[in-house]
Design a protein around this ligand. Sequence first.
Ligand SMILES: [Zn+2]
Length: 303
Amino acid sequence: MGGGIIAWAVLVGLLVGCRPASPPWPSPATFDATNAYRHVIELVAFGPRPSGSEAARRTADYLAAELGAVGLEVEVQEFHAATPRGPMVFRNVIGRTRAARGPVLLVGSHYDTKWLPQIHFVGANDSGSSTGVALELARVLREQRNLWFVFFDGEEAIYDYGPQDGLWGSRYFVEQLRATGRVRDVQALVLLDMVGDADLTITLAPNNTPALLDQVFRAAEALGYRRYFQFVPHEILDDHVPFLLAGIPAVNLIDFQFGSAPGRNDYWHTAEDTLDKLSVRSLEIVGQTTIQLLGQLRSAVRR
Ligand SMILES: [Zn+2]
């Protein structure tokens, strides 16, 4: 009988262990934008970090170390692919918070920079800004359950986007979700890209999940940031597209008006994409809105 009681206690313990209570969702105010900016400085210091480069490998190591340092379970998803420049190695870096029952929320950012051998392209905004914000989000949200922070390699096309070029990391990540039968576990992907422009306008394209667009506007409104978020009429190709194609709800928070005047995008993929174009405040607006948005999505499931 004693053995039975112990077995029962172990079973109860296991059941409780399966469903650990998530701590309260953090206030958006806990996002420390100076931390995010510090990461951006580190990323830019690696220099140009196109996929397959030594700098990209060092960046992946940095991401893995930072995610591990805040207590996340880290996976480096390494794969090889035949590219227009020959066989290349890619590394997605994934940080996971503790698992529990229920769906998983993904926060994504690419970390590679476009291969532009003619210029010294450090990608402070594209992709330093979103990578810095996502790392700080991982710190703030580390105690929450079922959050995956996914840092994609190879977002940038080596030449031109198409079925054979670009979105290397996100396409592979979604293939792996399919292969492991986990597509249905994912509630949503919130993708961040080019979120540091001092003149911030998050341009929300039609190729996003409509219900998530509504939630983004709700989150921005709740924080008094609605004016920084705008619909645009053209589609934007980014790492969220492979998720949409797999039927996974996804939304891309991207400021695709990164330029010398409002509405222009002339700093994009040029030597002008440097730290001086960014502001800590923009990182803060996007970081806080993402915390608010993820909190809304999480409570929508609990209800
Ligand atoms: Zn880019």
